[in-house]
Each structure stands twice: as C-alpha cells, then as structure tokens.
Design a protein around this ligand. Structure first.
Ligand code: KIV
Length: 276
C-alpha cells in the first residue's frame, strides 16, 4: 500500500518534503517552476523540475489580468487538477488566492479543497506576522505550508507596485525574524520574492527549511520562475530576475532542461538577475 505514492512505476521516486529538506542539507539546488496545465506539466516534469507551483500568477499569464488579485480558489483547483495529471516526479504546490486565508478556519477549508480536489501536496500563502496563527492552525492539521515573503503580489495595491522589498536594514531584520517565526509555526518551505542577495543569503542561513527564491539572489536553496516568462511567451517588460531560456533552443522541453541545468550548476541566477 505505501509504495503507491513513492514509486508510481518510476526509477526515480517522486519528490516529497523529506527530499527537499535533504537537498537543502546536501547543498543540491532545488529547481522549481510554475505550471498551469497538463501538457506543460508533462514537459516541466520531464525536464527534471523538482517542485511545480500552480501559482496565482495564472491570473496574469493565463487570464490576462494586471494583478493576481482576481484569482479564485476554483481557478487554482481547476488548474491544479490539470497539472497533477501531468506530473510523475515533481512535488506539487498550489497557491492560496487573495482573501482565501483571511482566518484559520477559512484557510483550513480552502487548503483542504486544494489538496482533495486539486491534488496538491502543499499550499502556499503570502505570509507575514499576521499569518503566523494561520500557519500554526494548518500545521496542526498536517497541511504542508510554503510561506511566501518579500514582495507579496497579492498586496500590490497596498504597497503601491511590484517593488524590491527589504532594502532598508530595519525591514530586512523584521523579515528575518518573521521567516523564523513562520518556520517555528510549522512552515515547511519559505519562498522569497524580490529581495537583495544579502537578505536572501541571511534568511537561507538562518532557517532549517528550504528557501526558494525568485529574484532573491544565488545564495538560496532553490530557484523558481514563472514558466511563461522563461519560455519567452510573456510579452513586454519582464522583471530583472527573468532569463529567457527559450533563446538558442528549438523546443520548450530543451529550454526547460536548460533551466533545470542552470539552476543545478548555479549558472542561474547571474549578477544581472539579482538585486542589491
Ligand atoms: O504565483 C506565482 O507564480 C508565484 C511565483 C512568483 C513564485 O507565487
């Protein structure tokens, strides 16, 4: 009975939270990407991606909104279910949309929907001091949690734009403390978006759980990027941390393999993708 999840008929067993912790301990970079449908999920998995996120970035890259705010729990459930069907080895994380975790009970009910209906193995929420109690509540119910710190796109209207966070020493210190409190509350992964390299390094060094960065510099435990950004599908201006991996490759699968390789050999991110 127990072999089902661990094997799925493969030579290499599926990634789980223990695999991710072991990768951190052994210094093996964790390669992560977003995906939103089964066809891309198959490619992302075949390329060797360790963790796949059904991000609420789907509001922007799939639905065409300017922000992630309009995304609903139904949207994440729908896309997660499709992605889950395409994955064999990668660990699947689903994003909790804006206002779907405003209190512990609502967070628990919506996490259960993402896991039972969407097939995700972990939920991600944009966390701060205000979400400690929620993370504790989810952990008490054995819901694996990824806490997203730094630039929190669901707060874009409150912070006034998509900007680098933690440049000021006081704010950086607060973020380090909050990251530790989220870990102590039961978070299994911390995701750091758009922070200076030095802060990414400090937070990674002070946590036992893996830290995945997006625009958080090279000294984190893993990297994540939005699939459509690295395949050159996103038009217009992309953030500084994005690298076009499609350039020089003839198929999406080749480009995705190049991304995984670049994360693993630490050639991505380079200085031009980082913030100081
Ligand atoms: O929704 C998303 O794609 C994300 C990424 C920024 C990691 O949260």
């Amino acid at each position: 009975m127990y072999t089902q999840l661990e094997q799925r008929g493969m030579a290499e067993p599926p990634v789980n939270v223990s695999t991710l912790r072991k990768m951190k301990a052994e210094g093996e970079p964790i390669a992560c990407l977003t995906a939103y449908d089964a066809s891309y999920a198959v490619l992302v998995d075949a390329a060797g991606t360790d963790l796949v996120l059904v991000g609420d970035s789907l509001g922007m890259v799939i639905q065409g909104h300017d922000t992630t705010v309009p995304v609903t729990v139904d949207d994440i459930v729908y896309h997660s279910r499709s992605v889950a069907r395409g994955l064999r080895r990668a660990f699947l994380v689903g994003d909790m949309p804006f206002m779907s975790y405003a209190n512990p009970d609502q967070a628990l009910a919506n996490s259960v929907r993402l896991m039972q209906e969407g097939g995700v193995m972990m939920i991600k929420l944009e966390g701060g001091e205000g979400q400690i109690e929620i993370v504790e509540h989810l952990a008490r119910h054995d819901i694996p949690v990824c806490a997203h710190l730094g630039l929190k796109p669901q707060s874009v209207h409150k912070i006034g734009g998509f900007r680098v966070q933690g440049r000021d020493a006081g704010k950086a210190g607060e973020m380090v403390k909050t990251a530790r409190r989220l870990q102590d509350a039961g978070a299994d992964i911390v995701l750091l978006e758009c922070v200076p390299n030095e802060l990414g390094k400090t937070i990674t060094g002070s946590l036992e759980v893996p830290v995945i960065g997006i625009g958080a510099g090279p000294d984190v435990d893993g990297q994540i990027l939005v699939l459509y950004d690295i395949l050159d599908i996103t038009q217009g201006r992309t953030p500084r941390f994005v690298r076009n991996f499609q350039a020089g490759h003839t198929s999406p699968l080749e480009a995705l393999r190049a991304y995984v390789k670049a994360v693993k050999d630490r050639s991505y991110p380079a200085a031009e993708h980082c913030f100081s």
